[in-house]
Write a new protein. Sequence first.
Length: 259
Amino acid sequence: MPPEYVIIHQQVAPHVAHISLNRPKELNALNLQLMGELRDALKALDADDNVRVIVVSGNEKAFAAGADIKEMANKTAIDMFITDQFSTWDAIKKIRKPIIAAVSGFALGGGCELSMLCDMIVASETARFGQPEIKIGVMPGAGGTQRLTRAVGKALAMEMVLTGRFITAQEAMKAGLINKVVPVELYLQEAIKLASEIALLSPLAVKMAKEAVLKSFDTTLEEGLHFERKNFYLLFAAEDQKEGMQAFMDKRAPVFKGR
Ligand code: CAA
């Protein structure tokens, strides 16, 4: 059965796939089904040799307005424990190819957290980022207190998490949460352009570089440097390393094959 709440667009540019969240009436609220379908789509694209970079978007009005409040409202703590709804997020964290979030409109609660689970964020001028869970008697549960704090620092993270204030795309840009702000009509195009730039590079080097950058979030400097060096040395086993360095010396563009 095809997924109901995500649409997969293959090859929107060479080696670039695009997944759009598709629950527009609910502002792409992230219910269990949507997150399961997103995880499955990402895993399938991660395993597809024709795909090197993945763009995830919502629509112009909403990237995602958070976890589905209506689905969660009557759950008990034990229901939450048994369902373990954030286990899908652990699977998404393991995707090895770069994921670029193309964000327009609301990126709130789980929506903001999902954009931060991606590797880069391209936003439209209308994007609003926020962790408003505090206003409904809870708190962020999918990384909002951790990834947001690492991205924007304690002062702004505390303010957003404790008051629920939304920040604009410009403010998010200044705070270091996102990579780019563009007019609304261009946000998806710009995200695909950024993905295309990365898709021209060696997919092996890109995966290992992503892995090493993410490692810096949960390791000491010494261990992180060691990990980085191992990946760097390992890349010398790849044809792409020979091709990349030879092409530099030949003064031509390299052609990378992912081997
Ligand atoms: N869950 C379920 N449904 C949601 C939703 C959510 N997070 N966000 C919006 N919707 C639904 C609304 O209930 C509404 O449905 P109906 O038409 O059936 O009533 C529809 O989407 C449109 O929303 P609004 O009418 O509210 O649209 P608006 O433009 O007036 O307001 C908004 C937009 C400010 C985003 C507002 O919808 C809102 O505050 N949404 C909730 C945001 C939020 O609190 N997110 C955090 C959720 S908890 C979480 O994410 C936990 C975690 O860490 C993972």
